[in-house]
Design a protein around this ligand. Structure first.
Ligand SMILES: CC(C)(COP(=O)(O)OP(=O)(O)OC[C@H]1O[C@@H](n2cnc3c(N)ncnc32)[C@H](O)[C@@H]1OP(=O)(O)O)[C@@H](O)C(=O)NCCC(=O)NCCS
Length: 211
C-alpha cells in the first residue's frame, strides 16, 4: 500500500468564494489507489449531497456526533455560508462527496449548534468577537469513512485556509465520545485544552499547535 498523495494545481483562491461555486485545487490519491478531486467551495450538486447526507438517518455517527441535520438538512446553507464558512470537499471519480472539512471564525470553545442554550442560539455569531480563533470541522462519508483519507485531506485544507488567514489560531470542538475525531486531530498536532473541556459530558476542545 502506498502513501496518500496530494497534487496541487491551484493556489487558494481569494476569499470569499461566491456561494454555490467550487474551485478545483488539486487531486488526492488514497493509499488504496483511488483518485479524488479537492475543491474549495461547494457547487449546487455538492450542496444537495451535503443536505442529503445530513438527513441520512442510517448514518448514525453523523446523527449522533454532529449538528448537521439541523445545520444543513433542515437549515439554510446560505445562512451558514454567510457566517464566513469556507468548505473544502473531497470528491470521488463519480462526483460523490467523499469528505468535507470547513473553517470559519468562531470564539474558542463556543459549542456546536445542538449544544447551545436558547439564549446562545439567539446570538448572531457574526457579531461575536472571535479574535484570531477559527474553528475546524470535518466529516468523512461512507464508503470512505475509516479509510485513512482524512489526515492528508484535512491537513491540506488547513494549510490552504491558513494561507488566507496566516494569523489564525485553529480549534476543534468534539461534542460526543468520538475516538476517530480525536485520533484525527491528535495526529494533526492538536492538543486538548483542559480548561474548556468537560470529560463528564464528553465535550472536548482541541487546539492546534504549530509544529
Ligand atoms: C471523525 C472522522 C472525520 C474521521 O475520519 P475517518 O475517515 O474515520 O478517519 P481516517 O480513517 O482518515 O483516520 C484519520 C486518522 O485518525 C486515526 N483514527 C481513526 N480512527 C481512530 C480511532 N478510533 N482511534 C484513534 N485514532 C483513530 C487514524 O489512525 C488516522 O491516522 P493515520 O492516517 O495516521 O493512520 C469520521 O470518523 C467521521 O466523519 N465521523 C462522523 C462525523 C464526525 O464524528 N465528525 C467529527 C465531529 S467532532
Amino acid at each position: 500500500m502506498s502513501e496518500t498523495e496530494i497534487t496541487i494545481d491551484s493556489a487558494m483562491p481569494e476569499l470569499p468564494i461566491p456561494i454555490y461555486t467550487a474551485v478545483r485545487m488539486g487531486t488526492m490519491r488514497s493509499r488504496d489507489g483511488d483518485l479524488f478531486e479537492i475543491k474549495v467551495g461547494l457547487d449546487d450538486s455538492l450542496v444537495i449531497q451535503l443536505k442529503e447526507k445530513s438527513l441520512d438517518v442510517t448514518d448514525v455517527e453523523i446523527q449522533n456526533n454532529t449538528s448537521d441535520r439541523e445545520r444543513f438538512g433542515e437549515g439554510s446553507y446560505q445562512e451558514w455560508y454567510e457566517k464566513g464558512r469556507v468548505p473544502f470537499a473531497l470528491i470521488d471519480a463519480a462526483g460523490n462527496l467523499a469528505a468535507l472539512a470547513w473553517f470559519g471564525p468562531k470564539p474558542l470553545g463556543r459549542k456546536s449548534l445542538k449544544h447551545l442554550t436558547a439564549v446562545e442560539r439567539a446570538q448572531d455569531e457574526r457579531q461575536l468577537d472571535a479574535g484570531d480563533w477559527h474553528t475546524i470541522v470535518y466529516r468523512a462519508y461512507n464508503p470512505y469513512r475509516g479509510k485513512g483519507l482524512m489526515k492528508a485531506f484535512v491537513k491540506f485544507a488547513m494549510d490552504s485556509y491558513r494561507a488566507a488567514y496566516p494569523h489564525s489560531k485553529i480549534w476543534a470542538g468534539i461534542y460526543a465520545e468520538n475516538p476517530a475525531s480525536r485520533g484525527l486531530v491528535e495526529r494533526l498536532g492538536f492538543k486538548e485544552c483542559a480548561d474548556l473541556s468537560d470529560a463528564s459530558s464528553h465535550e472536548t476542545v482541541m487546539v492546534w499547535e504549530e509544529q
